[in-house]
Design a protein around this ligand. Structure first.
Ligand code: NAD
Length: 231
């Protein structure tokens, strides 16, 4: 298991042009989350939910990874065994920057998942064909996204990955969905990078706090990771 874990949220992709959920101008200002990405929406509000994710894919096609994604890719290339990348994001900007083996805790936007058997199907940035059925079982597809209130099977891997973690860097996460403070308390080095304080995070448990844009904080984070791995 990797000694260094880089854990990210919507904030790391904000400078690429993807809205976060909670910041001013975030997605919650424009959509009612309980109507389009909460457990059960696919039953009572299916077409609006699918249309929302069609639009997210179209938007994803129009943006690029930013300097923070690229710097992490470079770091991973250099120290592949020592670094794990875990994200709450459903975008593919880490992959497009060249990162490998990303643990996506909440799903992956360019992919659909069969509602019956779980078979996945990549569609890239295209609209979901409404009558597409699963080749394996004939079931219908949904976006491969964990909605609020649904089980998140990848959390088990988060706990595994954190077992040997000695250096944790959190970039662009408010802590409202996945709380990381309890891990940070027991980790030698922990860096928190957000734009500002969050009510859901106790900044005192982190050894370094950087309230600035991810693209401005990333060089310092990379230097700290390299220094840590060399000692
Ligand atoms: P959040 O929206 O709750 O919080 C975003 C955090 O990022 C805030 O703390 C903010 O200060 C920080 N931030 C904003 N811009 C930043 C920047 N340029 N540099 C550094 N930090 C910045 O995000 P969350 O904690 O990830 O939780 C929201 C949920 O929404 C997650 O489950 C995630 O899957 C989902 N989401 C994903 C995407 C995506 O895939 N790109 C986009 C929106 C929401």
């Amino acid at each position: 298991m990797a000694k260094v874990v880089i854990f990210s949220g919507a904030g790391i992709s904000a400078e690429s042009g993807l809205s976060t959920f909670r910041d001013a101008d975030g997605l919650w200002e424009k959509y009612r989350i309980e109507e389009i990405c909460t457990a059960g929406c696919l039953n009572w509000n299916r077409e609006n939910t699918l249309t929302f994710y069609d639009a997210r894919r179209e938007q994803l096609d129009s943006v690029m990874p930013n300097a923070a994604h690229y710097a992490i890719a470079k770091l991973q290339e250099k120290y592949s065994k020592d670094i794990a990348i875990i994200t709450q994001n459903v975008d593919d900007l880490f992959e497009r920057a060249g990162c490998k083996d990303i643990l996506h805790l909440h799903g992956f936007l360019p992919r659909l998942r069969c509602e019956a058997c779980g078979t996945t199907h990549l569609i890239g940035y295209t609209k979901q064909e409404r009558d597409l059925s699963c080749q394996n079982c004939g079931g219908s597809f949904r976006p491969d996204i964990v909605f609020f209130g649904e089980a998140a099977p990848m959390y088990e891997h988060l706990y595994d990955a954190m077992q040997d973690c000695e250096f944790l860097a959190i970039i662009g996460s408010s802590g409202n969905v996945v709380a990381m403070d309890h891990f940070a308390r027991h980790i030698k080095v922990s860096i928190l990078n957000n734009l500002e304080k969050s009510d859901a995070i106790n900044e005192k448990v982190y050894t370094k706090v950087l309230y600035k844009k991810a693209t401005e904080a990333i060089d310092e984070i990379v230097v700290d990771v390299e220094r840590f791995l060399k000692t």
